[in-house]
Write a protein that binds this ligand. Sequence first.
Ligand code: FES
Length: 252
Amino acid sequence: MAEGGARAATARRLGETLRGDAWWAETIPVVLVLGAFGLYATLRAFEGKYYEWGPYLSPFYSPLIDEHHHWWKLSPALLILGGPLGFRATCYYYRKAYYRAFFLDPPACAVGESRGNYKGETAFPFILQNVHRYFLYFAILFLVFLWKDAIQAFFFQGHFGVGIGTLVLLVNIILLSTYTLSCHSLRHLAGGKLDCFSCASFGKSRYSTWRWLSVLNERHMLFAWMSLFSVGLADFYVRLVSSGAIQDVRLF
Ligand code: FES
């Protein structure tokens, strides 16, 4: 086994491997889902309309800045897109997924790649992925706005109520929160970088926070996909209602 693994690791030609399983199968859904989401999100970001209805605001457009185009003539989504996009694009999990699926660099564990001078993220341009920890701060700020939107979705012209859109936005912000709270950088910040909790300031509370975040962190890949679906579906729902394609159903 160890010998087979070592020989596979020295494979040089693209796709060359001693692995007998269908290692390529996991790249297909990544290409399809990430590709479709990227295309949809780009079209929606540039569309610049059908992003709000009643108390609902699409997460692609939140926070809504210069809605009436006083100084920004293009879609308001373009003003804020960099935050969530940068956070996802530099996410440790997504990096692994799209390096494999789109760049085949490497295609999978113990599978040959196209070039022999692979430097990973130790050289330009991928070394820039280290900015992920800073995008985390933006992501936390975005969560505040999106929670505000989700709470606002309970109030129809000043009266409390629940529509399908309310639930869609609520589920979305819960999933986005679990995705952000399960971030590797946040776990590191809370306590992952410490060798000794009892020697550090606030060691006890940092230890319990780190443990809670670790539970979420173990499921980071799951939250990454679920929140990707939910944010796309939430925007799609608001678009459908806002454009008049469907009517929102008030549950009470
Ligand atoms: S590692 Fe995925 S969001 Fe931070």
